[in-house]
Design a protein around this ligand. Structure first.
Ligand code: NAP
Length: 352
């Protein structure tokens, strides 16, 4: 594949992975399953870490190990760089890759705030490169099927939604999860999912409110637990929460005037069903019609990270610079919403 032209359908998309932490491993494992994709290289701050990572994912051919991010983005055998560093560093690392002429898939949250996201998009535009936030939920076949079904009114008119994602974070105080300079925030790490999910189903929120437990540090403050409410077009109301100090169900439910949609692991649904209530029934479970599974049009690739990698490949082959599933305007609108939520609850990164 050349950097300016769409690849021939038969050329593999050659991926480089920047950083070797937890999500880099999850992504690489799924990338192995994506037709037409090849892991070509990995870059780490430590050569040994890059070598270890490369050796773990070389089943489709050799993976070049680079002991710096600069060397990774300079690798002529790489078409697209997947950025898997903490979000406080995404702008710096995306700039490195885009200015080196690479396309970029960048982990969520794309950046710490909307101003940084606008800057990243401007860099992508100036360098005429593809850029997408790695919002795998938007690429998940079941979520896409649910979006389509709601649009077509197949489940009735949605009225209420609830979604939650949280887990007890038990890591050192120095970990990115507790370091505001690296983007610590229950909202940016987990709350971004219920917020994005609502946006994908109902469009941009008309209004949002929030309550949070905020932790102050010498280098900024961040939300540890957060509860949000949103109002969407047509009067759909949503409650959304996330937490770094408690275990959530990871479930979502959408109540409509015909029944309920329930999702397990809503941000990469492992099960989604529509439970239709019989017309004229009371809220008695015996009146519920047979449960209908909501199944995607395409298979889920791996845990679902494969579907976002496949979407990047599809876009690159079509010569696109942004994905219609995760357009820049959507990512920026959600970051703007998160900026205002953090302001409401008094969580501020240094310099904000
Ligand atoms: N999509 C998802 O499901 C999902 C899940 C979890 C996390 N994420 C996102 O992915 C990103 C990374 O999360 P993670 O859980 O993989 O984090 P992690 O395990 O802490 O790994 C982050 C990696 O970034 C690199 N890095 C560069 N500078 C760093 C610094 N100053 N401090 C710490 N690490 C630094 C390191 O790789 P090297 O040492 O190799 O350079 C490190 O291993 C975050 O933006 C997060 O929101 C997404």
């Amino acid at each position: 594949m050349t950097d300016a032209c769409p690849a021939a359908a038969t050329d593999p998309i050659r991926w480089g992975i920047l950083a070797t932490g937890k999500i880099a491993h999850s992504f690489a494992a799924d990338l192995m399953l994506v037709p037409g994709a090849r892991l070509a290289a990995v870059g780490s701050r430590r050569a040994a870490s890059a070598e270890e990572f490369a050796a773990a994912y070389d089943r489709h051919g050799p993976v070049r190990a680079h002991g710096s991010y600069e060397d990774l983005v300079a690798d002529p055998e790489v078409d697209v760089v997947y950025i898997a560093s903490p979000h406080g560093l995404h702008l710096e690392h995306a700039r490195l890759a885009l200015e080196a002429g690479k396309h970029v898939l960048c982990e969520k949250a794309l950046t710490l705030n909307a101003a940084e996201a606008e800057e990243m998009v401007a860099i992508a535009r100036a360098n005429d490169r593809f850029l997408m936030e790695a919002m795998w939920t938007a690429c998940h076949p079941v979520v896409r099927k649910l979006q389509q079904g709601l649009r077509e009114g197949r489940f009735g008119t949605p009225r209420l939604m609830h979604a939650e994602l949280g887990f007890v974070v038990s890591v050192d105080a120095s970990d990115r999860m507790f370091d505001p300079t690296l983007g610590a925030s229950a909202l940016l790490d987990m709350g971004i999912y219920p917020l994005t999910f609502a946006h994908l189903l109902f469009g941009e929120a008309e209004s949002l409110t929030a309550q949070a437990n905020v932790r102050e540090t010498e280098v900024g403050s961040f939300d540890v637990d957060i509860v949000m409410t949103g109002k969407y077009a047509g009067g759909v109301l949503a409650t959304m929460n996330s937490s770094m100090s408690s275990w959530s169900s990871r479930a979502a439910a959408i109540a409509t005037d015909r029944g309920r949609i329930e999702l397990a692991d809503f941000h990469h649904p492992t099960r989604a069903v529509f439970i239709e209530y019989a017309a004229g029934s009371t809220n008695d479970s015996s009146a519920v019609a047979p449960v209908v599974d909501i199944v995607g049009d395409e298979p889920v690739i791996g845990r679902g990270y494969g579907n976002e990698a496949a979407e990047v490949g599809r876009c690159l082959r079509a010569g696109l610079r942004e994905s219609p599933l995760v357009p820049w305007a959507q990512t920026i609108a959600l970051l703007r919403a998160m900026d205002s939520i953090r302001e409401t609850v008094g969580a501020r990164y240094a310099g904000e």
